[in-house]
Write a protein that binds this ligand. Structure first.
Ligand SMILES: [Zn+2]
Length: 118
């Protein structure tokens, strides 16, 4: 199917904002001109900790869970607030998944905010 839209380029390249400098970089590039290296999320080599987690069947350390819950309550005030924050985060991550996830959406929104702030 041919598109009627006339453009100077063959097709618009997928771009992603660099979290370090905010410049738009070609999505396939692994590093920005400023020196920032993009971490590949999919098909990446699993790290040692990821392997360890998989080997343990996805079980989490009890002490680690307690410290995370503590941090959540410290950050959000109460368990109720922490639950709301996590539910919002879950909702947000579902909303931003088409553009690559929370990190990408965050840098996109930050660059938009910087562009509109004057
Ligand atoms: Zn950069």
């Amino acid at each position: 199917m041919a598109k009627a839209k006339a453009t100077t380029k063959k097709r618009s390249a997928p771009m992603k904002p660099c979290p370090a400098c905010g410049k738009m970089v070609h999505a396939r590039k692994t590093a920005c001109d400023c020196g920032h290296t993009f971490v590949k999320k999919e098909n990446g080599t699993p790290s040692a900790s990821a392997k360890k987690k998989a080997a343990s069947g996805g079980k989490h350390d009890a002490a680690e869970m307690v410290s995370v819950v503590k941090k959540l309550v410290e950050t959000f005030g109460t368990l109720d607030h922490s639950i709301t924050a996590l539910q919002n985060a879950q909702k947000a991550s579902q909303l931003v998944s088409p553009i690559g996830g929370v990190d990408d959406a965050l840098s996109l929104l930050q660059s938009l905010r910087d562009a509109t702030a004057s």
